[in-house]
Design a binder for this molecule. Sequence first.
Ligand SMILES: [Zn+2]
Length: 172
Amino acid sequence: MPRTAMWTGERDQGWLAPCRHAEGRLALHAPELPGTGRPMFLNPHPVRQRRAMALMLCDICAKPLRNRTKHLLSPGRYVVVGDRALRGYQEPCVCADCLPLARQWCPHVQRLEPWPPPIMRRYKTMCCVLAVAAFAEIAGKGDYPKPAVGYVKLYMPEEAVVAQTRARKVQR
Ligand SMILES: [Zn+2]
């Protein structure tokens, strides 16, 4: 069970407040009541997700991954930052000890190829600002007066490529 999965009992009481795991910026919050109701595997809890990213914790055992092997269980998604395209990873990494467990229990992980999955190298974090409409999707009902940080993503600066839009401009 990913630690960062949101539970149905944590929904419908969302609010915005500064978050120390989001560089002190205004961010989406939800009560932390893991184990209450049903887990929502595709929906990370905003506070647990940001904490796992900012402190680099394993998504299964929650132990710090600093100076340890960090397995990536998601292919990431390209985001454009300035003139660079980067692959942003929203799912926290998993330690080598927990990897077999993830493979045993999670159908998504069973389908991953290649195996073992790639390893996170030198990385940085980025705060992703979400529109108000996204907050209701993540945390249900709540008080969301303006856009704020939803999740923190990881990226590897060495993976950066020049964004395609810019590349096309250069070719002209
Ligand atoms: Zn672990």
